[in-house]
Design a binder for this molecule. Sequence first.
Ligand SMILES: [Zn+2]
Length: 217
Amino acid sequence: MQILHPFSGSLQQYEEAMADPDRYRPDHCPQCDAQHPLSAHGFYRRTFVEVGFDGVIRVRRYLCRCRQRTVSLLPQFALPYLRFGVAVIARFLIARLLQGRTLVAAALAAAQPRMPYQRGQFWVRRFRRQAEALCAALVALAAPPPALHFVGRALLLLQSLDWIAAHRFLFSQLRMHLLGWPAFLAPHGLRATLSSTGPLKKSQTHNTCLVPPPRPT
Ligand SMILES: [Zn+2]
């Protein structure tokens, strides 16, 4: 299972902070609610692209001894199962969908000048599919701005709320992925819920344990 770590410093500060397993150790298991601290369980490495960074980061893992299941502490600037961070994708989508720039210009705005255009199209497709559900979920945090369509409304909401704060809320509270879960990962019970507009029921969140993380795409 992945949970988000509300880390907001630089990548270097993140690496330093992660070196100490006690610093951000969850005090209870989010999967079985066992009231004992989780055991440090090393790291997994994942590729990550951010504005000014293209490399590998370490993600701290913990183990629940009760059920022998791992909990990964994903930094909040990263998205589950995506190599590109929230800031890059946000810049691209704003430029492409809100400002109407070309795919090439949007990639430049996201500081990804050599990015293949298909990647941008992939983000746009996923965001379009997800926009209505995002609007429905984010009204819990802010009044929806006037916009002609769900895509514009979702983008304006994300801009006003701050993308990372919104991602943290969506993932931590609703187990929603900012761009929607890819079909191959949608856990039992989650896909149908995301296509509707209501938040997850408590009982449905138990089916969202996603281990182990595959390579981000
Ligand atoms: Zn547990």
